[in-house]
Design a protein around this ligand. Structure first.
Ligand SMILES: [Zn+2]
Ligand SMILES: [Zn+2]
Length: 398
């Protein structure tokens, strides 16, 4: 039937090719046929991925001739099944979405990292949210977070004769994470609004300075960028390291909405702040007010606190760039890759959001294995993107 062949030609060809591939796969895997030369398979059930609450199932193939069902895995190859094979529940949870009408409902919190029974530092906590499917609390992945470290102070207009705040950026050696050592000064009044003005720190250069020219991107410490008309959430982890006073801290990332936390001496608490700007904003001031639970016209004595923060993003990583090549690029066969000196910068789909990636959160193509003569690069993956660094590997004595 010439006409039939012409009209259905393309689809037919595709099907024939698909069958051929499957038949070949079968032959290669030496599965016994059904009286013919081999089974002739077609997809019966498409794969359905599991979620954290519902089992999915794998692909199921049906033989056109004998009607038997088959499944396929890399490990086992093709094998006969009686029905679609159930897949285990997914360990991955589903991030909630921000309701722009009620951004205050977006669930964010903190909890001690696995293996910790008590905190020694704000860095012992991780940021959590609630799965939309199973309602369980789970740690937000690193790719959805960017560190915010409140640093420099500029005392607001009404307090320009008194200093209210100083922040010193600290780095934890073990993790490379940042936090701020804070001192609130004793003459600060409950009504004082202190403005943390990033532009005051514009002269800070080097690796950790941020780039303001053209508003292209930032380096750590990250100030809070906004996508126009999209609520931004930040979770600060606050530790009252002061001996005596219980502290009330009110914080704002947009100058309009304040979140409040009360922290007793020694306590660690989350401070969940959200804000909104009606313009794409790469960097802007943050604001706070501070007082003691005991009251009084001023703080009365200097108060010490520690803070670190994370900005939440539902945005995706757009690209990875190598900021700095690893120190060691020449290897002998049998050595393992050393990432020392390597610095990777991730640019996000959010306006002006980017960050230096923590290498501990990256996947390396060499993944701890020893190098061979065939290795001429190492590929690093983060947030669904990849980037490579060149290396050379030579035989010992070559
Ligand atoms: Zn068959
Ligand atoms: Zn879940």
């Amino acid at each position: 039937m010439k006409t039939d062949y012409k009209t259905g030609g393309k689809a037919m060809k595709a099907i024939i090719i698909a069958f051929t591939v499957l038949t070949l796969a079968l032959c290669c895997l030496s599965i016994t046929g059904c009286g013919y030369c081999a089974h002739e398979l077609k997809v019966k059930d498409e794969k359905v991925a599991s979620t954290c609450v519902e089992h999915g199932h794998s692909y199921t193939y049906e033989c056109k001739k004998c009607k038997k069902l088959f499944a396929y895995t890399l490990d086992k190859g093709l094998y006969e099944v009686s029905e679609a094979e159930e897949l285990p529940l997914s360990a991955e949870h589903t991030l909630p979405e921000v309701d722009e009408e009620h951004p205050e409902n977006f669930p964010l919190g903190i909890r001690l990292k696995e293996g910790k029974t008590a905190a020694e530092s704000v860095l012992d906590y991780e940021i959590t949210t609630k799965c939309t499917l199973c309602q369980k609390e789970f740690a937000i992945e690193d790719k959805n977070l960017a560190a915010v470290v409140p640093l420099e102070n500029k005392v607001s207009e009404n307090t320009n004769t008194r200093r209210t705040y100083s922040g010193v950026r600290m780095q934890d050696e073990a993790t490379g994470r940042w936090y701020t050592d804070i001192q609130f000064y004793k003459a600060t009044r409950p009504t004082d609004v202190t403005e943390l003005k990033p532009f005051a720190k514009i002269t800070e250069g080097g690796d950790l300075g941020w780039v303001s020219s053209d508003g292209a991107y930032q380096r750590l410490p990250l100030y809070v960028p906004f996508n126009k008309n999209q609520t931004r959430h930040v979770v600060y982890i606050v530790h009252n390291s002061d001996a005596a006073a219980t502290v009330n801290l009110e914080w704002s990332i947009d100058g309009k909405r304040y979140a409040t936390v009360t922290v007793a001496p020694g306590e660690y608490k989350p401070l969940v702040v959200y804000g909104l700007k009606d313009w794409d904003c790469n960097v802007d001031s943050q604001f706070f007010r501070v007082s003691t639970a005991a009251g009084g016209a001023t703080l009365g004595s200097n108060i010490k606190m520690e803070m670190t923060g994370f900005l939440y993003t539902s945005g995706t990583v757009d690209k990875l760039d190598i900021d700095s090549q690893p120190t060691k690029t020449e290897y002998k066969v049998g050595e393992t890759f050393d990432s020392a000196g390597l610095r990777i910068y991730a640019t996000y789909s959010d306006y002006c959001l980017g960050k230096t990636v923590n290498l501990a959160e990256c996947k390396f193509s060499t993944d701890g294995r020893t190098l061979t003569e065939n290795d001429d690069r190492v590929t690093i993956s983060y947030g669904g993107k990849k980037v490579s660094v060149p290396i050379t590997v030579v035989k010992e004595g070559a």
